[in-house]
Structures are given as structure tokens and as C-alpha cells.
Design a protein around this ligand. Structure first.
Ligand SMILES: Nc1ncnc2c1ncn2[C@@H]1O[C@H](COP(=O)(O)OP(=O)(O)O)[C@@H](O)[C@H]1O
Length: 296
């Protein structure tokens, strides 16, 4: 199906009853073999040419390794392919970080996945464990982003952090860094900081949504990370506000689903012809969050 001008093929990396923030969850974790089988089908039909690949939540190391093999092959098919990786591993609550996927995935992300990624979207905790360095200050955050660039990706966006905001404790900080070596050898660096008004609730799926929106907006603004991030954050802000208003009963009749991608301004139509492959799960039905949107 076609969303925001992208024709998207989705592949489940897990198929769960609900997201793992619930007390219980059941379902299947997809294996490397299952992914390979699907990819083989695409190859046999000669339809394995993509403009973008986006990956999200995964629990299986060999599945991740297979993703890397496939990305390499897809990049041979289309050298301009952009791989957007959300290294979904964990989060922090009240300053304490924890992993919600098996710990042995970290070295696979570090050594194999991040090096082939063009854009990565870790949260603060994921950025710190990938870089092997804490970021307690903005200066340290810039150093962490430089370490992540050195691992491969040209674009690094830290989707949320608890760095202090000059606007007060009701704001969360997101940071972005674009580091490009131009054809003439000069290094271009663009750093951005966004202060995002916090909604007093915990959302699941917002990181997934952020990454999908960023993919779409960096396509429209390939050399303007500020614009891409602003439009992404704008959509997120609208969605979390509408979601919380709905949950609190202030906004009747709203459906929290994939269709919500339509907020945030801008023209969403007419990009035509783009082909994007999303490897990630579809989390959750019901509940209060932007989770439907991970369907991209
Ligand atoms: N409580 C919140 N209030 C406002 N915006 C939020 C909130 N939680 C998430 N967001 C939005 O979702 C984006 C992704 O944040 P988050 O879900 O914390 O990332 P991750 O899932 O990678 O940890 C943020 O940049 C912000 O735009």
C-alpha cells in the first residue's frame, strides 16, 4: 500500500499479541530463515529494488544478521538505497536504563548493523550503549553522536533525552547530527537541538513513528536535517496530544491508527514511485498510544 507517497512492503520481525510493555505478551519471533525465504521470493520475481529500508524492533540476532546481508545485496541493486535503522533495544525510566530485547543483540547492532546504516534513530539510552559513553551534558551528547558517525551513519538523531532544557523540566530534548563528506573532500556538519513540550504520559510506539516520519521528511529535505526533524517533531506533537486528549475523553471518536500519519502539515501526496521496505513489527491493538502508526 502507499503511504505519504511511499509504496511500502512490510515484513514482520515479530508477531506479538501486544507490545512488550504489557505484563504479558505472546507470539512469534521471526527467524533469519523466514526472512530469507521472503527475500528469495522477491528476488525470484526481480522485485528486490528498493529506495529505502527501515528496520525497527527485533529480538533475534541471526534475523538481524540476515537483515545486514540483505541490505548489502539491496545496496548493490541500488547504490542510492538509504537504510534507516531504529536500533530498538531499551529505554530509561527515572534515569535508569534497561534493555527490553536480549542483551546479545547489542554487539550485533554495534558491529554489524549500525556500520551499514545511513540514518540511525536511537533514544538516549540506545545511543549511550552503542557509543559506550554516557551523555550527561550537551557536549557529551555531541561526542556520543560523533562516535556514532564514526561507526558509519551519516545522520544520527537522538529521538529523546533527559538533558536539561533551557525552557524547563516540561520539555524533552532531541538532538540531530548530519555529517557529510562532500565530493571535494570538505566535511559538512549540521547539528540541531529540539526542545519538545512533554505530555505527561508514557507512549509506546512513538520512537517507531518518529523514525518513519523522519525517513519521509529526509526524503523531501535530504540536505536539511533541521527541516526534516521539525516536521517530524510537529507530527509527533500533534499525535501525542490528540492521543492523550482522546485517552482522557476530551476528543470523541478518534481512531488511533495508521491514518494518523496525516498530521503535521506539508504536502503528503504526489511523491510517487518510491519503494520502501519496512522490517519491523506491528505492535499492539487498542490501548492508548500512537502504536497503530508503526504500520507506516
Ligand atoms: N511524553 C511525551 N511527550 C511529548 N512527546 C513525546 C513523549 N513521548 C514521546 N514523544 C515524542 O516521540 C518522540 C520519540 O520519543 P520516544 O518514544 O521517547 O523515543 P524512543 O521510543 O526511541 O525511546 C519524541 O521525540 C517526541 O517527539
Amino acid at each position: 500500500y502507499c503511504v505519504l507517497g511511499f509504496e511500502v512492503d512490510t515484513v514482520n520481525s515479530v508477531q506479538f499479541s501486544n507490545h512488550t510493555g504489557y505484563d504479558h505478551w505472546t507470539g512469534q519471533v521471526m527467524t533469519a530463515n523466514e526472512l530469507h525465504t521472503l527475500y528469495d521470493g522477491l528476488k525470484l520475481n526481480g522485485v528486490n529494488r528498493y529506495d529505502y529500508v527501515l528496520t525497527g524492533y527485533t529480538r533475534d540476532a541471526s534475523f538481524l544478521e540476515m537483515v545486514v546481508d540483505i541490505i548489502r545485496e539491496l545496496k548493490c541493486q541500488n547504490p542510492n538505497l538509504v537504510y534507516v535503522c531504529d536500533p530498538v533495544m531499551g529505554d530509561q525510566r527515572n534515569g535508569d536504563g534497561y534493555m527490553y530485547v536480549p542483551e546479545h543483540l547489542l554487539p550485533v547492532y554495534k558491529e554489524k548493523v549500525v556500520p551499514v546504516a545511513d540514518i540511525i534513530t536511537p533514544n538516549q539510552y540506545e545511543a549511550e550503549i552503542l557509543a559506550g559513553k554516557k551523555m550527561n551534558t550537551e557536549k557529551e551528547a555531541l561526542e556520543v553522536m560523533d562516535l556514532l558517525h564514526a561507526m558509519g551513519p551519516e545522520t544520527v538523531v537522538i529521538t529523546s533525552s533527559d538533558l536539561p532544557s533551557s525552557l524547563g523540566k516540561d520539555y524533552l530534548i532531541a538532538l540531530g547530527s548530519l555529517r557529510k563528506i562532500k565530493a571535494d573532500g570538505t566535511l559538512v556538519k549540521e547539528r540541531i537541538r529540539m526542545e519538545i513540550p512533554k505530555v505527561d504520559a508514557v507512549f509506546v510506539g512513538t520512537g517507531d513513528l518518529f523514525t518513519a516520519m523522519l525517513l519521509a521528511w529526509t526524503h523531501t529535505h535530504p540536505n536539511n536535517l533541521k527541516m526534516a526533524c521539525e516536521k517530524t517533531a510537529s507530527a509527533l506533537q500533534h499525535i501525542v496530544r490528540r492521543t492523550i486528549n482522546h485517552a482522557r475523553g476530551k476528543e470523541p471518536g478518534m481512531w488511533v491508527g495508521g491514518g494518523m500519519l496525516g498530521w503535521g502539515g506539508g504536502t503528503w501526496d504526489g511523491w510517487g514511485g518510491l519503494h520502501c521496505w519496512v522490517v519491523g513489527c506491528r505492535v499492539g491493538w487498542g490501548g492508548c498510544s500512537a502504536e497503530g502508526s508503526v504500520r507506516h
